[in-house]
Design a binder for this molecule. Structure first.
Ligand SMILES: Cc1cc2nc3c(=O)[nH]c(=O)nc-3n(C[C@H](O)[C@H](O)[C@H](O)COP(=O)(O)O)c2cc1C
Length: 187
């Protein structure tokens, strides 16, 4: 009788281990990447929270030349960001390369809203890889612009073979749970 109980316990333990591992590997099986650009840290914090909440890989899109406070002065029409954003052909260089991007099916793409849309470096990012057959889900932080609609439409036209969601703009304070609930649709 005791032996039977041990066998039963062993079987339950094996199933519990299998269950635990299958749960952990869900995100990896779905091949999800969170990639983001952030100039002043707001989007970085949200991206970090999102990646943690859904168990995804996280990568920062790093500009070859970092943006200074002066560069980001949107009140100055001669500042670097104003000049870049005023030129639709502008493609600020990216310092880092994602070697294994082909393994991902879903890419959550985060950025701050600049002038109502995605910063030009996001356009550089989109044009740097082949996103055919992949899903790109934009997310953003902003001062007040409420949606990522314009960014999503721009991204879709640059990555015409990808499926680009309209995405979502978040408050800086959005919780991991809220992000996880939102992201669930693509996991
Ligand atoms: C050059 C520039 C342009 C911006 N344009 C907008 C805008 O059009 N609408 C908006 O709500 N916020 C705008 N912002 C504010 C940023 O979107 C906001 O501060 C964002 O959270 C910054 O994210 P980050 O810290 O990840 O860089 C702009 C900021 C900069 C630097």
């Amino acid at each position: 009788m005791k032996k039977l109980l041990y066998i039963l316990l062993a079987v339950v333990a094996v199933f519990a281990i299998i269950y635990a591992f299958s749960g952990k590997s869900n995100a990896a099986n779905n091949k999800v990447l969170v990639a983001y650009f952030s100039a002043t840290g707001n989007t970085a914090a949200v991206a970090d929270r999102l990646a943690n909440a859904i168990g995804a890989d996280l990568v920062a899109i790093q500009p070859e030349v970092a943006y200074t406070a002066e560069d980001l002065d949107w009140r100055n029409d001669k500042s670097r960001s104003s000049v870049e954003m005023g030129d639709r052909a502008s493609r600020p260089a990216i310092a880092n390369k994602i070697d294994n991007i082909e393994q991902y099916d879903v890419i959550f793409l985060g950025f701050p809203i600049w002038w109502g849309r995605e910063p030009s470096i996001i356009d550089t990012f989109i044009e740097s890889y082949d996103f055919a057959g992949k899903t790109i889900v934009p997310f953003a932080t902003s001062g007040s612009t409420p949606t990522t609609d314009e960014a999503a439409s721009n991204i879709q036209s640059l990555a015409s073979d990808a499926s680009v969601s309209t995405g979502k703009r978040f408050e800086n304070s959005v919780s991991g749970d809220e992000l996880k609930a939102w992201a669930g649709e693509w996991l």
